[in-house]
Design a binder for this molecule. Structure first.
Ligand code: HAM
Length: 421
């Protein structure tokens, strides 16, 4: 009886050899940028107590209401696969008392996040984010630094047309006042709005402005920027000033409201052109009340999350081919039993000295082995027959030029250590 075949869960991806090198390139770029900006890596659990996200991300957000992978563990505790990175990093910051350090805490992370969404191009149920979070300062220069870091990430990967959109969503007090002004504007058109907008009007009116369907109805909506108090305006002006000074391309979008509840002051998104409906490739902002809200001291924070699948999507659209697999330094071929013995030792030595080496394990003829070396883009093949073995030599062939020479077995490792520098 044939057994049933398994398939990956909807909205997830297998990242296969060939594609995985692109991911590694992107991840290395993120690490290198963080090194230059002096952000240090933090790794937090993939799952956390459900309540952390309810309180952190916000109970009325789409994420918490509809998208979380929540389960009971065997101790009957409600756990959730992290839908985003900020809440967990804030929890770790508080639990490990990182706020006790004398300097501003600058952290980054990379890893999978989980949201039960409707999958489509650029939208998955398991996706990956590169994120940063900074704690301990309200200086607007750090807002600009965080935006600059995200912006440089896109730039240095060679992506074009990615722009930052920025807004200020003020303090909770500012938002409460703006909420009333906005509701006064929306009320007369309530019946003409889509059902999503109508329900958002009740629960989270600022999110109404985010509706794709009803966009044109909000052209004359009041701007939150007009509701900002002096402190918020000054902060926002300074952020803009620093971005100008760095020559970062940005647009002010007073309707930018993020889908998570914790934002205060600066909110921003990175938008890409020409990749279809899902054009937000990253987003973030300040979260000055969040640390306190999840049980820590009053410490301001700011950060972003960048979707790595969406980076892949733009790369594809823009025809950018990052890297291919790293070629093999040498493919070793043994002819005969004694040579085989020797080859096992040689390949171990080569690899121990940092040389990328491989060999045949299928008992194939020499010709098939040479083809294999070709497919693996080996720079050299090294052929060891009984005659060579007796003379203590090995034949080394450059796959690029076809040139062949004989080297002493004793100096083979040296030969490669020399050429790979
Ligand atoms: P977010 O806007 O929910 O923010 O997500 C950030 C980015 O993650 C999005 O712009 C997108 O690129 C990617 N993303 C989100 N959902 C999916 C999905 N289903 N499939 C593929 N990619 C997706 C946050 O998560 C905040 N934690 C960002 C932040 C950090 N704010 C402050 N600090």
């Amino acid at each position: 009886m044939a057994s049933e075949k398994f398939e990956k869960p909807t909205g997830t991806q297998d990242i296969l050899p060939g594609a995985v090198e692109k991911w590694q390139f992107i991840e290395e770029k993120a690490r290198d940028l963080c090194r230059r900006y002096n952000y240090r890596e933090i790794r937090t659990p993939i799952f956390e107590q459900t309540e952390l996200f309810e309180r952190g991300v916000g109970e009325t957000t789409d994420i918490v209401e509809k998208e979380m992978y929540t389960f009971k563990d065997k101790g009957d505790r409600s756990m959730t696969l992290r839908p985003e990175g900020t809440a967990g990093v804030v929890r770790a910051y508080v639990q490990n008392k990182l706020y006790g350090e004398p300097d501003v805490t600058k952290l980054f992370y990379m890893g999978p996040m989980f949201r039960y969404e409707r999958p489509q191009a650029g939208r998955y149920r398991q996706f990956h984010q590169f994120g940063v979070e900074v704690f301990g300062t309200t200086d607007p220069a750090i807002d600009a630094e965080v935006i600059a870091l995200g912006y440089s990430f896109y730039k240095e990967l060679g992506l074009s047309g990615v722009k930052a959109e920025i807004n200020s969503v003020g303090t909770p007090e500012v938002r409460a006042a703006y909420r009333s002004t906005l509701l006064a504007f929306l009320e007369p058109m309530r019946d003409n709005l889509c059902s999503d907008c109508q329900s958002r009007m009740e629960r989270n009116p600022l999110r109404v402005l985010d509706c794709k369907k009803d966009q044109e109805k909000f052209v004359n909506a009041p701007s939150i920027l007009d509701s900002l108090d002096e402190e918020c305006s000054t902060h926002f002006d300074k952020v803009k000033g620093y971005l100008d000074a760095m020559g970062i391309e940005y647009e002010i979008n007073p309707r930018l409201v993020r889908g998570l509840d914790y934002y205060t002051h600066t909110a921003f998104e990175f938008k890409a052109q020409g990749i279809g409906a899902i054009d937000t490739v990253g987003g973030g902002g300040r979260f000055n009340g969040l640390v306190d809200q999840i049980g820590g001291p009053e410490q301001p924070g700011i950060g972003f999350g960048i979707g790595l699948e969406r980076i892949q999507l733009i790369l594809e659209h823009q025809g950018i081919n990052l890297t291919s697999a790293k070629p093999l330094d040498v493919y070793l071929v043994a002819l005969g039993e004694a040579a085989e013995q020797k080859l096992t030792k040689l390949i171990y030595e080569l690899r121990s000295h940092g040389v990328a080496a491989d060999r045949d394990y299928l008992g194939r003829k020499m010709k098939a082995q040479m083809k294999s070396a070709d497919r693996l883009h080996a720079r050299y093949t090294a052929i060891l027959g009984d005659d060579e073995l007796e003379r203590g030599e090995i034949a080394l062939k450059s796959m690029e030029t076809g040139e062949q020479r004989t080297v002493k077995l004793d100096s083979l490792v040296q030969e490669f250590v020399k050429t790979s520098h």
